[in-house]
Design a protein. Structure first.
Length: 420
């Protein structure tokens, strides 16, 4: 934020014949000079200008002060710097660093700051998918979604042999009466239920959804879109989907089996599943009582639900006895037994998704804190896109070595995806 400095001087005496004075007459000073590193990162990966290219501006060029490109740059960099509230931009519009990041140092009119204030940025966030008489700036949803995947692909100098896509649904608490607002019993609040898709620290998808739906709703469509874009660039890459039990649904598993995509999902326990591991639980209990420490056993078997699944699938059970009680856990997967053993599959591959859950919790402020406060789902989704681009920009800066210049490597030998 800019700081207005006082012209008053302070005398701190004389040292070795020289007077020591302190003055605060530097004029307009910024406390966000480090943001120039974000600007350098953006120039390296060309994120913000490509994001601005997803917008269409039908305004008269001779009557506007702020172009869509400068508005988009200002909003993305503002969120990346922690200024999620549009009201902040009534001060930021006079910040010299923000003017540098927005690419606009001077205004055309004498009564206007170089960059925009809150009202102009608010009109940008109220853009629609088609321009209208009163909303002449529009955006293309498909282009924005494709850009997130393209940035992920360009972050690799050569195609990896295999990747893991993590799916997760989490709460976005609401404090007003926004469109699509519902109470969610698990999170105990009114919220949205956005769907996120990550690959490591890379964000590939961010879809805003109401909270009165199943956690996996819309996941088939999102995964199909992202997988198709990845395979266009990396036709031989092996893909594994990983998620909690909210995504262990017939539609998603069947799609994976039909499209050469592996999956590893948590599986909600029930009486039938627990009955399958009674012997293993008894063994774990006996060992825990002898040793005084938690004990676990693993079991690998075929299983299907009574009605919802179309076929038997491989299930891994963890029969654990800890703190004087049973703690059974289950996962379902398309990976074959000859590839990965039960313990390794659970402990080394499935449990690693905890890093992704922690990443979402840690970067919730980056993703959407207080930014889904407009009235409509459409406008809040656009705000989530702005926040997502800011998150990608920040993560690219934190791991700049993982964002090489795009190249045209030779694809590796084909890796066949397994299925049950």
């Amino acid at each position: 934020m800019p700081t207005e400095c006082s012209p008053e001087r302070f005398d701190f005496g004389v040292v070795e014949g020289r007077g020591v004075e302190a003055a605060f007459d530097a004029g307009l000073v910024t406390s966000d000079a480090g943001a120039l590193l974000l600007g350098a990162t953006d120039r390296a990966i060309d994120l913000v200008d490509r994001f601005a290219g997803c917008f269409c501006d039908r305004r008269r060029a001779d009557l506007i002060e702020h172009t869509v490109a400068s508005l988009v740059r200002q909003r993305v960099f503002g969120i990346a710097l922690g200024y999620e509230d549009l009201n902040d931009h009534d001060e930021l519009r006079h910040d010299p660093v923000m003017a540098v990041l927005a690419g606009k140092l001077e205004s055309r009119r004498e009564d206007c700051a170089p960059v925009a204030g809150k009202s102009t940025l608010n009109r940008l966030e109220l853009s629609r998918t088609e321009p209208t008489r009163y909303h002449k700036i529009a955006y293309e949803t498909a282009a924005i979604e494709a850009l997130l995947v393209r940035l992920f692909l360009e972050a690799h100098a050569r195609p990896p042999q295999q990747i893991i896509l993590d799916l997760d649904a989490t709460d976005d608490p609401l404090h007003g009466h926004q469109e699509g607002r519902f109470f969610h019993g698990y999170y105990d609040c009114y919220c949205y239920l956005p769907l996120y898709i990550f690959c490591g620290r890379h964000l590939l998808g961010a879809k805003l959804r109401p909270a009165n739906i199943d956690a996996s709703a819309g996941s088939v469509e999102e995964v199909a879109r992202i997988v198709a874009e990845i395979r266009t660039r990396w036709p031989f890459v092996r893909i594994l989907l990983r998620a909690d039990s909210g995504f262990a649904r017939e539609a998603l598993m069947a799609w994976c089996e039909e499209n050469r995509v592996d999956y590893l999902f948590g599986l909600a326990r029930n009486a039938r599943l627990v009955a399958m591991i009674e012997a293993e639980l008894a063994e774990a209990k006996a060992k825990a009582e002898r040793s005084g420490r938690a004990a676990r056993r693993f079991k690998d078997f075929k299983w299907r639900t009574r009605n919802s699944w179309s076929r038997k699938r491989r299930v891994i059970a963890k029969a654990e006895w800890t703190q004087s009680e049973a703690n059974p856990r289950f996962i379902v997967t398309s990976l074959k037994r000859t590839e990965t053993g039960a313990r390794q599959l659970y402990e080394d591959i499935y449990c690693a998704r905890g890093d992704m859950e922690n990443r979402i919790k840690e970067c919730q402020l980056d993703l959407y804190a207080d930014r889904t406060s407009t009235a409509t789902v459409r406008a809040n989704q656009l705000r989530l896109y702005f926040a997502s681009m800011a998150y990608v920009l920040r993560s690219a800066r934190c791991g700049a070595s993982a964002w090489p210049k795009p190249s045209s490597p030779t694809p590796p030998a084909a890796v066949s995806a397994s299925s049950s």
